[in-house]
Design a binder for this molecule. Structure first.
Ligand code: C2O
Ligand code: CU
Length: 492
């Protein structure tokens, strides 16, 4: 059987953009948060707003966002400085904010029922924490996410290095795909079982910073830091910038050895971030494009790089950069005495087909499958049986009910052994910790907080459980998380 391809269509006419842009004043690509009040808290209001997803000429789309914006205001703080944010809930649903990738106090992690009380409509909640790591992070709702995240409740959180990094400009690019109805509204079919069974909710309308025609203006020989964040519910973006060399400087917020991407393609799962350095090496007046893979072997443009006509910023591009300054990550990952947790990932369409059609791929690893058919076949916690479509370590859970998947004493190394026995990729995310990938018995030089586990593949990751509290571990394809691919663990 073939799965219905979900592809992105693009109405793309780049010509003419200049004309319309002079007529209509676009909002800044990403708003910057209001300065803090007298008590040091920046207020973030979760509320309805609009976004010109289909361009300035089309009817705007009603979204939900922080301060009514999607992406929400960029929150920016220096490494080692405290951030204080007061969430005010002006929605008619309960909510909370999770600070994705930040290794902060558990009480501030923002997971309703696990780490905090849910914030009811009209209520507020004060978050305050000091991010230990400099880098690119993001914040987003962690409640009814299939609807709330899709409607736009997310924003970037940038932690600046204590000594400024030598770049000419620093830009944040938040990627999302939106499923819109014909008249441009957000399609309200949130959490439908078909999406959940398959890849999760994919949209047909992809944007950078919610703009239809995203444009970066640049000058020859300047160096830009581009912070990419995938805020989509489920889409794995494959993205490249044409005609330029791009250098990966950080992954999931953490610096890595600088590496030029050989073929230029970057693969970014839901929740993931990549910091790139891009040297503007074209001539004045030149253009290049930011393109994504359309899933059918083609590509289409999400944005443009437009060189202005002024003189080069400097005579030649800057020399190859040094690595970004290291963050205070644990130095002792002790694989030998690690607590190893086997995490088979099961469910979805392949499971519906039972052992028959998928017999080949499922053969020999039937442990978690138990010949079950149809929705609700897994044991679970906190989910009605008809919503148990996916399982993590053979349990379908809300991620905050039931017993922890494991408990571990603070300071011990944990190894997670993900084995994907399903037909879909999964973006496995651990709260409160960064991990390293294990390959060929060694560790990759990257620190991640989310790892893509492709169908029929496995990934092993290891981290030091150094942050006490109750932490979620889940697939960041939101519809998978919502239908069982979630758990929690406790560091004591
Ligand atoms: Cu972005 Cu539970 O995570
Ligand atoms: Cu998943």
């Amino acid at each position: 059987m073939t799965f219905r391809p979900t592809t992105l269509s693009r109405r793309r006419v780049i010509a003419g953009l200049g004309a319309s842009a002079t007529l209509i004043v676009l909002p800044p690509s990403v708003a910057v948060a209001q300065p803090a009040g007298d008590d040091g808290f920046r207020v973030l209001r979760a509320k309805a707003g609009t976004a010109h997803l289909r361009g300035p000429a089309a009817r705007p789309t009603r979204i939900w966002g922080y301060d009514g914006l999607s992406p929400g205001p960029i929150l920016r703080v220096k490494q080692g400085e405290e951030l204080k944010v007061r969430l005010v809930n002006e929605l008619d649903q309960t909510t909370a904010i999770h600070w994705h990738g930040l290794r902060i106090d558990n009480a501030m992690d923002g997971v309703p029922h696990l780490t905090q009380r849910p914030v009811a409509p009209g209520e507020s909640f004060d978050y305050r924490f000091t991010p230990p790591d400099a880098g690119t992070f993001w914040y987003h709702t962690h409640f009814l996410s299939s609807e709330q995240l899709e409607r736009g409740l997310y924003g970037a959180l940038i932690v600046d290095e204590t000594t400024p990094v030598n770049v000419d400009r620093d830009m944040t690019l938040v990627l999302d795909d939106w499923r819109l109805t014909a008249n441009g509204d957000i399609d309200p079919s949130f959490g439908n079982m078909h999406d959940a069974m398959m890849e999760g909710r994919l949209g047909q309308y992809a944007t950078i910073n919610s703009q239809d025609e995203f444009e970066i203006k640049l000058r020859t020989n300047e160096r830009m830091r581009l912070r990419l964040i995938n805020a989509a519910n489920a889409r794995i973006f494959r993205l490249r910038i044409t005609d330029h060399e791009t250098r990966v400087m950080a992954v999931d917020g953490q610096p890595c050895p600088p590496e030029v991407i050989a073929d230029g393609w970057l693969r970014l799962g839901p929740g993931a971030r990549t910091d790139l350095f891009l040297d503007a090496t074209l001539k004045s007046g030149a253009t290049a494009r930011i393109v994504i893979d359309n899933g059918r072997g083609g590509e289409f443009a999400l944005g443009t790089l437009a060189y202005d006509n002024s003189a080069p910023l400097r005579e030649a591009p800057l020399p190859a950069p040094d690595a970004l300054p290291a963050n205070p990550l644990p130095t002792q990952i002790d694989l030998k005495s690690a607590l190893t947790i086997d995490i088979p990932l099961d469910g979805g369409m392949g499971m519906m087909m039972g052992g028959g059609m998928m017999g080949g791929m499922g053969g020999g690893m039937g442990g978690g499958m138990r010949g079950a058919m149809g929705p609700g076949r897994f044991n679970g916690f906190g989910l009605p049986s008809q919503e148990r479509l996916w399982a993590l370590a053979s349990i379908s859970s809300s991620g905050h009910d039931g017993p922890p998947l494991f408990r571990v004493a603070r300071g011990r190394t944990v190894m997670l052994d993900f084995v994907n026995r399903s037909l879909m990729p999964h973006a496995m995310h651990v709260h409160g910790h960064h991990f390293r990938q294990i390959s060929n018995g060694g560790m990759t030089p990257y620190w991640l907080d989310t790892v893509i586990v492709d169908p029929e593949r496995s990934e092993r990751v290891a981290f030091v459980a150094d942050n006490p509290g109750k932490w979620m571990l889940h697939c960041h394809m939101i519809e998978h998380m919502a239908t069982g691919m979630a758990a929690w663990f406790e560091v004591t």
